[in-house]
Design a protein around this ligand. Structure first.
Ligand SMILES: *[C@@H]1O[C@H](CO)[C@@H](O)[C@H](O)[C@H]1NC(C)=O
Ligand SMILES: *[C@@H]1O[C@H](CO)[C@@H](O)[C@H](O)[C@H]1NC(C)=O
Length: 340
């Protein structure tokens, strides 16, 4: 891919390899945070100044690093007036160029895929500069939904690893602090403490009351701080993204046991829905159904987005009925059909 420019560069590379001294990450790895869709500058500066080659111009190579270097991606190559961008970065990346020592790049319209580690190399003959930059992208918080979760075993049963698994089992991830904060600002109030992705345990309170961090405290996110990831046991806050498929109530005449519910969805070319699916459908698609149904974890829930008598009269919510005996025939089922 780099061939076109390399042809012109080969002589310089040879000069560089004989005389140059590579300065590897003279400063700690730089971390940059960007919001989804914004423009972000990844900084990179010539480390050593004034080499005899200055007037000759230098070469800038930006690469996105993969775990396995065979999968590194070319981002931008620049030499003098010539600039070339590659692949996914084509036309979206350009040199910042505030001054001649600046090799920073601007990435426009940042996507989640842009997240990762980048390497900037400035090759100017005598002193080469190598700098690594980590880009973190903050996803659009309104694209997903945060929900509290505890397994059939009951409340406060999950250590951190269990919590990661519990969310994964619901097609979700452990929520970040930012995601929980966003949910709290949108009115989430939950009086059970849960793990967050940073290993802290917290819970969001919008209506202060005695058992939930005190009635005199102002609304806020109550923080138990970092807990022992192996020994401490709490609930968890999970984060589900927008559905990649179709969530629905299976219309059929019978009340089902759990096993029958699982089979009924399979018979409909779908799977029994997970807790992440019901929350995403409710929050992001306004799904509303006043029928209690089985979900994959053995719980019974129903999603109400239009509060009304007998169906969550006071608030829009995914109502939780419980984890009943799996052999009772009292409920219908929610299914999920993944997009092919
Ligand atoms: C990002 O940069 C591009 C190109 O310079 C510009 O057109 C666009 O308005 C910028 N977008 C934002 C959000 O600043
Ligand atoms: C930004 O990228 C998204 C996809 O990542 C695309 O849908 C959108 O059109 C892009 N916006 C601009 C201004 O290029």
């Amino acid at each position: 891919m780099l061939s076109l420019l390399f042809i012109t560069i080969i002589p310089l590379t040879l000069v560089g390899s004989v005389f140059s001294q590579v300065t590897t990450s003279p400063v700690p790895i730089v971390k940059v945070m960007a919001d989804l869709g914004s423009n972000v500058t990844l900084p990179c500066k010539l480390y050593q100044q004034s080499s005899p080659f200055d007037n000759f111009g230098y070469r800038v190579i930006w690469t996105k690093l993969a775990e396995d270097e065979n999968y590194n991606e070319d981002v931008l190559l620049a030499m003098g007036e010539h600039q070339k961008t590659y692949g996914n970065f084509e036309g979206r990346v350009f040199l910042h160029e505030i001054d001649t020592e600046d090799a920073s790049i601007v990435i426009t319209n940042v996507s989640m895929d842009d997240m990762g580690k980048y390497r900037c190399e400035i090759i100017n003959g005598l002193f080469d500069t190598l700098q690594e930059i980590v880009l973190q992208v903050r996803g659009n918080l309104t694209d997903g939904v945060v929900f509290p979760y505890h397994p059939p075993l009951g409340r406060y049963n999950l250590n951190f690893n269990d919590a990661v698994q519990a969310c994964a089992d619901q097609d979700a991830l452990v929520a970040t602090y930012d995601q929980l904060e966003h949910a709290w600002k949108s009115g989430m109030d939950w009086c059970n403490a849960g793990w967050l992705s940073d290993g802290t345990v917290q819970y969001p309170i919008t209506q202060p009351r005695a058992p939930c961090g005190g009635s005199n405290n102002s609304p806020g996110i109550r923080n138990y701080g970092r807990r022992d990831k192996d020994k401490s046991r709490y609930d968890v806050f999970c984060y589900a993204s927008a559905l990649k498929g179709h969530f629905y109530w299976l219309v059929q005449p019978d009340r089902l046991t759990y096993d029958e519910a699982v089979q009924a969805c399979l018979d409909d070319d779908a799977e029994i829905a997970k807790v992440g699916h019901i929350y995403a459908a409710w929050k992001l698609e306004g799904y509303d159904r006043c029928d209690a149904g089985w979900l994959a974890d053995g719980s019974i829930r129903y999603p109400i987005s239009r509060p009304r008598k007998n169906c969550s009269p006071n608030e829009a919510a995914v109502r939780f009925v419980g984890f009943p005996d799996k052999t009772i025939k009292s409920y219908g089922v929610y299914c999920f059909k993944a997009k092919q």
